[in-house]
Each structure stands twice: as C-alpha cells, then as structure tokens.
Ligand binder design. Structure first.
Ligand code: GDP
Length: 476
C-alpha cells in the first residue's frame, strides 16, 4: 500500500515541492516520482486536513472462483514427471517415450521442446513434463504450482536405490503425488530385479507382487521394451485418481517454462489446470499481463484453444513470467492490466508479505493456537549414523498434541532442494555437523525457512523438546 508522492500532491491540491520539504523535515528524502507508504501518507495528509483512504484492491473481485458443479467436470489427461537418480535413465526414457509414441501417430510433425509434451496413447493422452528430477518439481511447488499428478520413479536395475532416488521418493510423498516405479536398464548384465524391489520395499514402496501397492514396471529405454506396460499403468493409475476439471470457464494454469525470444518477445509454456484458454484472451501471469496473440502446441502447430492438462506455448505477454507462476485468463483486458500493475507495485515496495513458516521459536505458540499438529523435520548430517540416532530420538518425542515427522533425511550438506522441500512441507531443517553454502543460506532466508545447526545430538534433542513445551531459551 503505497502512493506516488506527485499523485498525493495533486489530489490534495498542494505543491509537490512543499510535500518534499515536509518529508525532509521528517527526515525522509523522497522525490516526486517515488512512493511513500500508507502511514507516511496519512501523516502528511493530516497536516492538510485530509484523510487517506486505502484503496481496497482485491484480486478476488477479478478472479471470482466459483465451485464447479459435478456435471461441469470432465476427465482430463494425467500430467507426469519423471524422477530418479542421475544416470538411471530419466532423459533416455522421456526421449524414447516421446519418439516411439508420437512420430508414428503424427507423421511429419517436428517435436518442439516447449517444456511439456503430449503422448497420445490407446485410451487417452498422457502429458509429460520435460524437466525431469525433483529439484524443479519442488521449486515449482514452492511457488504454489501443482502440476504433477503422477511421478514415474526411474531406478536402474544394475544400480539400485541411490541418494537421489530417496530424495525423489521423499519429495513426491511430501507432495502427496503417487509413484509408479520404472525399473530401467533391465537389458544390462548386472540387472537384479529382486534386489531393486527389496530396496524399494525398505523405502515403503512395497511392490504389488509382494502384496504392497506400488506398481513396478521393468523397462529398457535402450531396447525400448516395457514402454507400453508403463504407459498402460500410468493410465490405469490415473483412472483411479479420477482426474477431472471444468473445461468451460476462464482458464487457469501454471507456467512451466519461459524465455525471451528475438522476434517473438516473451514466450511462455502454460500447462492448463482448469478452464480453456483461447487466442485473443487477456491474461495475467505473475507481474505481467497481455492478450494471447498466438498459441502453439508441442508440435509447433498453431492452435486456437487449450483445455485442462494440455501444455501450450503462448506469446503476447508484457514480460517473462517465472516457472511456477500462475496464469489466469480474465474477461477484460483492463482488469489484467490493473492486476499486473498492482502486483508490480507490491513487488516494488517489497511488501509481498512473506509467509510465516514454521520455526522452533514459534512452535509452541502455534501449538497453543491449535495451528499445528505436526512438527516436520529435515535432517542433514555428515554421517548416516547420526541421522539414525537423531531420527529415533526425535520421533520418540511425539506427544498427543504434536507429532514429530522426519520428512526427509540424508547424509550430506544442505542443498537448495532441501530448502524448497522445507518450504512446501513447512519443515525445519536440522544440520548436524554440516553447513550450507552462502547461496543456500540466502535462499533459506528468502523463503523464511528455519535452519538449526548442531554438533551434539543431545543439544538437538533438548532444543526440540524445549520448543515443544514453550521453553526454548534464546540462544538463537
Ligand atoms: P539421467 O541422468 O537419469 O537422465 O540418465 P540418462 O538418460 O542420461 O542415461 C544415462 C546413461 O544410461 C546413458 O548413457 C544412457 O544411454 C544409458 N541408458 C539409459 N537407459 C538405458 C537402458 O535401458 N539400458 C542401457 N543399457 N543403458 C541405458
């Protein structure tokens, strides 16, 4: 809530220079084109017997969200992200699915990399996100974007469950997204399916054939075997999820990729989550707005509309939004412009109110207010032994009021993806004998994620115990 000084002067019929002088007397150096905050404006106005009223700009009045009636809902294709440890074959699998399934059906089409693509399959389409891995997935979620219905976890049959496999499992679980396992590289001599399944079961992904509910499909991206089974399982699983959306209303979606292109200007790929987007419609995304000048599908073909789950590349925005930003179509271009300006103003004055996240200091207070029932922790330590010790002692601290959960733990330093995961799962990070890089510290600060460092296990346990009864001392 700010006002540009020249505007305030004009409205009160006072010379701008006079206001500048007043502000200087108050110890503020402000030029005519700069904004002052609400409190200062109020003070200044009161000297001239004016009252400042906050203009109630509510985005909600523009983005009216009505509940969809059940009969308006239509099935939509599943959106899939491929995750797994490095070199286990994520990229190969994405490529081979795309090429073997698309070129035969849409002969002549040249596939474009727009960030997501459609794979037509027997009983329906499947949408794949082009950026494999859990880092992008969780970074998008941290921005509020929920764009994945299903995760395909790739595990190399000749290697097994590795650190990034575990991260992928924890990140998917934290997001509540179901996992289908693709055991890849079964063509390799060292492939051992039973060993892989055992390791998966240890991570609570018990294969169906062992009485659990995790679907495991053996595949080879190299020899292109098992792909049909995998895609069938994806469609089967998405039927279970009953994915639906209302296609007949103004569109909402999320940006999955964006760039500035010479000749075309800002280009962004939107994955539609509900409604249908049409060319010519005014839209807002992040701090930018515009009218959709043209849309292209993942084959580079110009399209006039895009419905739920489908990715389209759009041009016509006033700037390049960020991956994870929401895109919303609005009825009136004036509204789009107003929302965009309002958001820019907010960003300029940096009062994009930071969400308060969990911290050990605020835990007790939040418990008292009945706000929290879970204390989520991420444990990073130099050695696996410390993790086990910490996990055991900490989860035992759970009470009727608050349950202590370890949402992720791993040996090694604190990464950006740990901070993103903490942000989305409202967790606190415990670093035991590890320190993050400056970059990661800054990210944690920006995201308001609490990181606590220890080198004595007893101290970590004592802190958590104290925090749970509101007796944290003020060492921090
Ligand atoms: P990513 O890091 O998970 O994306 O893994 P890549 O797709 O880049 O694959 C890593 C390596 O494994 C590459 O050399 C691939 O050729 C190889 N690879 C991938 N899938 C298979 C497979 O099914 N069989 C064999 N033998 N090699 C594979």
């Amino acid at each position: 809530d700010t006002v540009v000084l020249s505007d305030l002067a004009k409205r009160m019929g006072v010379k701008g220079n006079e206001l500048i002088k007043r502000l200087m007397e108050m110890g503020m150096m402000v030029t005519l084109n700069q904004s002052i905050d609400y409190e200062t404006a109020e003070l200044l106005a009161s000297e001239y017997q004016f009252e400042v009223e906050k203009a109630a700009f509510e985005e909600e009045t523009i983005f009216q969200s009505e509940e969809d009636a059940p009969e308006q809902l239509r099935p939509r294709p599943p959106v899939v992200t491929i995750m797994g440890h490095v070199d286990h074959g994520k990229t190969s699998l994405l490529d081979v699915i795309r090429h073997s399934k698309i070129t035969e059906k849409e002969a002549g089409g040249i596939t474009q990399h727009i960030g997501a693509y459609r794979v037509p399959y027997e009983n329906g389409d499947i949408i794949f996100l082009d950026t494999p891995g859990h880092e992008a997935f969780t970074a998008m979620r941290a921005r509020g974007a929920k764009v994945t219905d299903l995760v395909i976890l790739v595990v190399a049959a000749d290697d097994g469950v590795m650190p990034q496999t575990i991260e992928a499992i924890d990140h998917s679980k934290a997001a509540g997204v179901p996992i289908i396992v693709a055991i890849n590289k079964i063509d390799k001599p060292g492939a051992d399916l039973d060993k892989i399944k055992r390791e998966l079961a240890e991570k609570d992904l018990v294969p169906e054939e062992w009485g659990g509910d995790t679907i495991c499909v053996p595949v080879s991206a190299k020899q292109e075997t098992g792909l049909d089974e995998l895609l069938e399982m994806v469609l089967l699983q998405s039927e279970v999820l009953e994915l639906k959306a209302n296609p007949s209303k103004l569109a909402r979606g999320f940006i999955v990729e964006s760039k500035l292109e010479t000749g075309r200007g800002p280009v962004a790929t939107v994955l539609i989550s509900e409604g249908t987007l049409h060319t010519g419609e005014p839209v807002v995304s992040g701090i930018y707005y515009g009218k959709i000048r043209a849309m292209f599908d993942d084959m580079g073909k110009a399209v006039k509309e895009a419905g739920p789950s489908y990715p389209v590349e759009i041009i016509g925005l006033s700037g390049v939004p960020m991956a994870g930003d929401e895109l919303m179509a609005v009825a009136d271009e004036k509204d789009a412009k107003q929302v965009s300006e309002h958001r820019m103003e907010k960003q300029r004055s940096k009062d994009l109110s930071k969400t308060t996240r969990m911290s050990l200091e605020s835990l007790y207070e939040k418990m008292q207010e009945g706000e929290v029932k879970d204390l989520n922790l991420i444990i990073k330590a130099d050695v696996q032994g410390s993790i086990e010790a910490l996990r055991d002692s900490l989860t035992k601290l759970s009470t009727d009021e608050v349950k202590v959960n370890v949402v992720h733990s791993a040996a090694g330093t604190i990464h950006e993806s740990d901070v993103s995961l903490a942000a989305v799962s409202n967790a606190i990070i415990l670093g035991f004998n590890v320190r993050p890089s400056a970059k990661v510290s800054h990210l944690a600060e920006d995201e308001n994620v609490d990181i606590k460092y220890y080198n004595v296990i007893y101290n970590a346990i004592k802190d958590i115990k104290d925090a749970m009864v509101g007796m944290m001392d003020s060492r921090f």
